[in-house]
Design a protein around this ligand. Structure first.
Ligand code: PRX
Length: 595
């Protein structure tokens, strides 16, 4: 426990954007007064307002797609733009039909309640169709990020014994490299948008064409009665030790995802065009790139391609995006691209901007306000919480640099090492009560680890933070070694495992090194096996080795070769010491250091 120091208090003095006059706003926010709603709200109000459960219970596909009134069914649910600018539109009715067909096809393959179905695709419409089709048959769905390498795919598919992988001709090769380690996979379904993929006669696992399955499938499907606790989506997230762990969510999650889509994203489905830039391979991409907005009947833009300032602004202009949910690294990269591209496009459709994943620095907020005439609203949450927990709201004063205040329905706290609640101004563990319907149900196969995250009714987030006198929360850092690079969590252990698989690497210790643009970059310290010499060429080879095996975002951008790594007497590499030395900070307690 420590009292907020001068540098932290200084953040307090950062720009404040005073609460707007709600009456004069062009579009009145859904949450007129934070204070009032916080006092009166509980999650069940959203459930009642949306008329949930439905006749068949809580199936996410019913809540987000099939169950909308007729006029909403005719609305565009998905406006998809390909990398080369081609557009496809899907109404809610189109999505209902397509997901019905694929649900029938999956049923014919014998996929049933509880089976694990994974997608490994670029951001194409078939990801969305596959996720909701699998949810219709009550499978547990795992969307994988297309930048994953073979090791990352293997860790996930084998951990939860997946049965089906839906992928593309371009990405299938990565699965093939580790196929032998994933005997649970019975079917590989290939989405071939170009129509050029040739099926060879393969037996194990069966390789099927998505288009063949869809061509012969019935467009009617009876979504089975679905209990609120039925598992729905699994996202793997990184910890300090061990392999990534699969946070399992349930169909009931839609309640708090819809509530936050309404009150934080401020979605007003009759008029909004909403763009979430996150990939469906991460929780933001499913909670707010699928479930929350579609539960309300909102039109979403999805862009297949990656970050590019000109393209992004053009998309906002051409599709008249009104609500935009993105990430600090992207905002900082837009800042770097400067004012000229902003001026080259008509961005006047924008009315509400938000950010998630890493601390949003005050400069980015100030810049956003100057460029777009709107403040970026920071939101804090995690894979485990499933929905936004601490946020800034359209109708609330924004203190630049603060994550905001707990969402109505959320109770948060700051605790000391003994679990005592701390006063305003004191830094400690950020905890929340695990009450939101979207809270994770378990880590797949790791119940003990799941249980260890809870104490005295609090869920420990692994973050450190403090709260000011007005109830605003301020992020301080992680309480563990997990690295946050451009909004993606990376577990040091995963990178170290990939590094030591290289023939030249004897041992490896990995840390997050502060970075102005990406918040942190992955930095590796290694020692070499006898017979290997340090050289730039070797370091580049090792970087590529990790990049190709693990993931494009998780490889070490910096590698430093040391004679030996600092270890405890029991042989554990002391990352803390590596980090302190890198940053020129005090080394702290080194009594366990091997000498
Ligand atoms: O450390 C916090 C950071 O990202 C972690 C959660 O990462 P993940 O489970 O991958 O989910 C990311 C998207 C919801 C948190 O424990 N984080 C997330 N949002 C913020 C943040 N750190 C500071 N400010 C935020 N707004």
């Amino acid at each position: 426990m420590s009292t907020v120091n001068d540098s932290v208090s200084a953040t307090h003095a950062t720009p404040t954007f005073t609460k707007p006059d709600v009456v004069s706003m062009a579009v009145a926010p859904t949450m007129a007064s934070y204070e009032t709603l916080y006092k009166t709200y509980d999650w069940s109000q959203t459930e009642k307002a949306l008329n949930w459960p439905r006749k068949n219970g809580y199936n996410l596909a019913t809540l987000c797609i099939d169950g909308h009134p007729d006029e909403v069914m005719q609305r565009d649910a998905l406006i998809w733009v390909s990398k080369d600018g081609k557009e496809e539109r899907y109404t809610f009715a189109d999505l209902k039909r397509e997901t019905n067909k694929l649900a029938n096809a999956l049923t014919r393959l014998g996929i049933k309640q509880g089976d694990r179905v994974f997608t490994f695709l670029e951001r194409v419409p078939e990801v969305y169709i596959s996720v909701f089709a699998a949810l219709k048959v009550q499978a547990l769905v795992g969307p994988l990020f297309a930048a994953f390498g073979p090791e990352a795919i293997r860790d996930r598919l084998s951990d939860c014994q997946a049965k089906v992988l839906i992928t593309s001709p371009e990405l299938k090769g990565r699965f093939e490299q580790i196929m032998r380690d994933c005997p649970s996979i019975e079917y590989v379904i290939v989405v071939d948008r170009e129509g050029t993929y040739k099926l060879t006669v393969e037996t194990d696992p069966d390789v099927l064409l998505y288009s063949d399955l869809m061509a012969s499938a019935d467009a009617a499907f009876d979504v089975p009665h679905t209990d609120k606790n039925q598992p729905s989506i699994i996202h793997y997230t990184s910890g300090t030790t061990g392999k990534p762990k699969g946070a399992v969510h349930r169909h009931y999650s839609a309640v708090s995802q819809a509530a936050t889509a309404k009150y934080v994203l401020d979605l007003q489905p009759e008029t909004d065009v909403y763009w979430c830039t996150a990939d469906p391979g991460w929780v933001t991409g499913t909670s707010y790139g699928m479930i929350g907005p579609w539960a309300l009947g909102t039109t979403q833009l999805v862009y297949e391609g990656g970050f590019n300032p000109e393209t992004w602004y053009k998309l906002i202009q051409d599709y008249k995006v009104t609500v935009w949910y993105t990430a600090p690294t992207a905002i900082r990269m837009l800042m770097k691209a400067g004012e000229a591209p902003v001026r080259a496009y008509d961005l006047s459709s924008l009315r509400h901007l938000l950010s998630v994943g890493e601390p949003l620095n005050p400069e980015a907020i100030v810049w956003g306000e100057a460029q777009f005439g709107h403040v970026f609203h920071d939101t804090w949450w995690q894979t485990e919480t499933g929905c936004m927990h601490i946020c800034n709201y359209a109708s609330m004063t924004v203190k630049a640099g603060s994550m905001g205040r707990p969402h109505p329905g959320v109770v948060a706290g700051i605790l000391d090492e003994d679990g005592n609640e701390l006063e305003a101004g004191q830094e400690g563990h950020l905890v929340v009560r695990p009450d939101a319907p979207s809270f994770f149900q378990t880590y797949w196969g790791r119940q003990e680890l799941y249980d260890s995250r809870f104490k005295n009714g609090w869920y420990y987030t692994g973050d450190r933070a403090w709260r000011d006198e007005d109830g605003y929360y301020w992020f301080v850092g992680r309480a563990d070694d997990v690295i946050n690079t451009a909004g993606h969590l990376v577990g040091p252990f995963e990178v170290e495992s990939a590094l030591v698989a290289h023939p030249a690497v004897a041992e490896a210790g990995v840390i997050g090194k502060p970075d102005a643009e990406r918040m942190e970059i992955v930095k590796a310290f290694i020692s070499l096996k006898a017979g290997y010499e340090d050289s730039e060429k070797l370091r580049e080879e090792i970087r590529l080795f990790v990049r190709n095996r693990l993931a494009a975002h998780a490889y070490p951008r910096e590698i430093e070769v040391l004679e030996g790594l600092p270890k405890t007497r029991s042989g554990k590499i002391m990352r803390r010491l590596l980090k302190a030395r890198e940053l020129g900070l005090p080394e702290g307690d080194v009594s366990t250091l091997e000498t």
